[in-house]
Design a binder for this molecule. Structure first.
Ligand code: 13P
Ligand code: SF4
Length: 310
């Protein structure tokens, strides 16, 4: 790409020329969030993908998100700036192994977190996201046993919240697992008035010290309506961009992880760049494609989620 090219202007032109919409997750880099037509959490993004009348959906997020958009809108072209943008949590549940696991519990229904492959969705009864999971679980009769997959941390949190004893698949997100309770506790002593706000993909010990737990949209809304001036944010750093934009007077401190590089960016989310976004719109690839039988099987549990979430 010509370094003199104004990527923001070029992307705006391509949107008009091709009737394309750019959907971005809050973990995307700031420039991508600023050029997006819609920024949201997993639920908001799938609702937008289901209702848009654009011809092309450009998904600035990870593979399972773009795949969900394709499942819901098969007649549209769905593009992902980097096809390698996967998800460690989705990868922690291979469909063949999960099918064997599920078959051990024939009386259970399967509620799967949206962070999973289309293959897992096709083996599930209802999909949920971190913002509607409680509601989805509560929609299931109390005497109906449940398998929850693939995130064991979100699953344990939901068991506590809902009092339902669910069977959990042992998966986790590499970004949320790495936060250090020790370092967060130390940071809190340096900022005693700061509130700790965390995503439910974090480990139980970290969630135990949080003042608020929620999806990325939940965290953003909380930081806006709450009256504290400082927050320790325990999730991927991309969310800080909107937090700072919406609350210029407040301070947001990214929670420290337990690794040497002190980095809590999602390596998958951050594979997308503004330049790759531009190139994928220009050349209309990489494109998400899927076998129709898999798409139809994966669509049912997503539609159930969308109906319950309305
Ligand atoms: P939400 O934005 O739905 O809270 O999901 C977080 C996440 O990990 C997406 O990969
Ligand atoms: Fe997957 Fe975790 Fe990255 Fe979200 S933050 S895309 S759950 S690896």
């Amino acid at each position: 790409v010509d370094p003199a090219l104004d990527l923001f202007a070029a992307i705006e032109n391509l949107k008009k020329e091709k009737n394309a919409i750019v959907l971005a997750h809050y973990y995307q880099e700031p420039d991508i969030q600023d050029v997006a037509d819609y920024i949201g959490d997993s639920l908001g993004l799938s609702q937008q993908a289901a209702k848009t009348d654009a011809d092309i959906i450009v998904f600035a997020g990870v593979h399972f998100m773009a795949e969900t958009a394709k499942i819901l809108s098969p007649q549209k072209k769905v593009l992902l700036p980097d096809l390698k943008a996967g998800c460690s949590l989705a990868d922690s549940a291979p469909p063949e192994l999960f099918k064997k696991f599920r078959d051990k519990y024939p009386d259970h229904i399967v509620i799967s977190y949206i962070n999973c492959s289309a293959g897992i969705k096709a083996l599930s009864d209802i999909i949920c996201t971190s913002s509607n999971a409680e509601k989805i679980i509560e929609s299931v009769p109390k005497d109906q046993p449940i398998i929850f997959a693939p995130d064991r941390n979100l699953g344990s949190y939901l068991i506590k919240k809902t009092g339902r004893d669910m069977v959990l698949w042992n998966g986790a997100c590499m970004v949320h697992e790495i936060f250090s309770l020790e370092k967060i506790t130390k940071l809190k002593t340096q900022h005693p008035k700061a509130k700790i706000i965390a995503h439910p993909e974090c480990e139980p010990a970290v969630l135990a010290v949080a003042d608020y737990i929620g999806s990325t949209t939940g965290l953003l809304k909380f930081s806006k309506k709450d009256d504290a001036q400082e927050y320790i944010v325990v999730t991927e750093t991309g969310i800080l961009h909107q937090m700072q934009k919406e609350n210029p007077g407040k301070t947001f401190i990214p929670a420290p992880p337990n690794n040497a590089c002190a980095c809590n960016d999602c390596p998958h989310m951050k594979l997308n760049t503004l330049e790759k976004l531009y190139l994928c719109m220009e050349y209309e690839q990489p494109e998400i494609t899927m076998e129709e039988s898999l798409r139809i099987a994966a669509k049912k549990p997503i539609e159930r989620m969308l109906e319950i979430s309305e």
